[in-house]
Design a protein around this ligand. Structure first.
Ligand code: NAD
Ligand code: ZN
Ligand code: ZN
Length: 389
């Protein structure tokens, strides 16, 4: 089959790779009808996600039709149309039973690699490094889906791929980012990053009752998209973001601050520190990462800083004193996508949320290398890319 593969920093190619097969009785194989490129894929593309091997198949936002079913699968049949959560979860372990699927203790077979970095291990993810299971990704014609009774959700007839696809990641992630802010009617939320995740977070914040949302970025098309949702835009190149937010909230700060940016590769000052013989990405001795610091400083006393932007390593000069003395709660995590699916599917079906607004670019798998570049460099107003193999 054809698939997009990682070939080193800044290099993605469309290659012929072996078709996936059922490996365990709980697996299904799907024929991919739509998949997307995510900001998380850019961390791989930018070379800041360790333990990616040349030739690894990329992609974790995928949907399609079930074409093969393992012997133990009870909920899916050949021909079902499904969206696949990017988080792989067994459904039975300590964390899965609590609905914390992205903490699954059984879906990452390479746990020791993650433990070298993080002392413990999260769940496995599709197409996202051998620290997180080394699973082949879904920017491909076919995808093997482990624990198929736990992850994929059936798409109702009549719902288009474009409406359903973002249930795999960015809609639940943006929603969780907002939910973590414990929004009350009338609250003010600030969102750093108007990429696809930030866009979902902005609209989710309004859905959950926010009265005002500040949207922070520097890309004009992305700020415009945020303004169309009713957000007040702040271009971080034109001003001191923290000052502006404090001014516009009467000196108090935003009730919730969402980091939908994550690792800023240009700010990594040391990518060669070694811990337990593993390279560790570190922000050292700079004022970076800008976003996390601004989010803490712009948050009101006893507010929430909600971090969904992905970080890999260590952060120097983290303003923990400001957070502690002002009672700030920091919430974060890879999204336990499965727990949000029933609710968010309902929001789409009932017309309360239409995630399709974010799509600006479409192509085939072979357009993938060009579209990775367009998405990373924000060319031609690119906000979200959907590929149809
Ligand atoms: P993206 O790269 O398209 O968007 C990031 C945006 O941040 C860009 O528009 C960029 O211009 C903006 N930005 C850069 N520096 C900034 C600054 N200093 N202030 C404000 N904005 C700034 O990516 P995306 O797809 O929207 O994803 C965003 C983040 O969310 C990534 O780190 C991604 O890995 C992460 N993510 C996390 C989860 C999760 O489960 N927690 C899931 C999906 C994505
Ligand atoms: Zn993603
Ligand atoms: Zn589990």
């Amino acid at each position: 089959m054809q698939a997009l593969t990682f070939q080193g920093k800044g290099k993605v190619t469309c290659e012929e790779v072996p078709d996936p097969k059922i490996e365990n009785a709980g697996d299904v194989v799907i024929k991919v009808t739509s998949c997307a490129i995510c900001g998380s894929d850019l961390h791989i593309y930018d070379g800041v996600m360790p333990h990616m091997h040349h030739g690894d198949v990329l992609g974790h936002e995928t949907m399609g039709e079930v074409v093969e079913v393992g012997a133990d699968v009870t909920k899916l049949r050949v021909g079902d149309r499904v969206v696949v959560p990017f988080t792989i979860a067994c459904g039975e372990c300590f964390f899965c039973k609590r609905g914390l699927f992205s903490g699954c203790e059984r879906s990452n077979p390479d746990r020791e690699v993650a433990k070298k970095y993080w002392k413990n291990s999260p769940a496995g993810l599709f197409g996202y490094s051998h620290m997180l299971g080394g699973y082949a990704g879904g920017q491909a014609e076919y995808l093997r889906v482990p624990y198929a009774d736990v992850g994929p959700i059936k798409v109702p007839g009549g719902m288009t791929d474009d409406q359903a696809l973002f249930l795999s990641d960015i809609f639940p992630t943006g929603y969780m980012a907002a939910e973590h802010c414990d929004i009350r009617q009338g609250d003010t939320i600030a969102v750093w990053g108007c990429g696809p995740v930030g866009q979902m977070a902005i609209r989710s914040a309004f859905l959950l009752g926010a009265e005002r949302v500040f949207a922070i970025d520097c890309v004009p098309e992305r700020l415009t998209m945020a303004a169309e949702a009713g957000a007040e835009c702040i271009n971080f190149r034109d001003c001191d973001v923290v000052d502006v937010i404090l001014q516009r909230t009467g000196g108090r700060g935003a009730d919730g601050c969402i980091d939908a940016v994550g690792t800023e590769p240009s700010a990594m000052t040391s990518v060669d520190a070694m811990i337990d013989q593993v390279k560790v990405l570190t922000y050292i001795g700079t004022d970076r990462p800008v976003v996390l610091r601004q989010a803490i400083h712009a948050c009101r006393n006893w507010g929430v800083v909600s971090v969904v932007g992905v970080y890999g390593g260590y952060i120097d000069k983290f303003p923990f004193g400001s957070a502690m003395n002002r009672g700030i709660t920091i919430k974060t995590g890879q999204t336990p996508v499965q727990r949000y699916l029933p609710l968010l599917l309902d929001h789409i079906v009932e017309g309360r949320f239409d995630p399709t607004f974010v799509i600006t670019h479409k192509g085939k798998l072979e357009d993938g290398p060009d579209l990775y570049r367009a998405f990373r460099d924000k060319l031609g107003g690119c906000v979200k890319v959907v590929l149809q193999p």
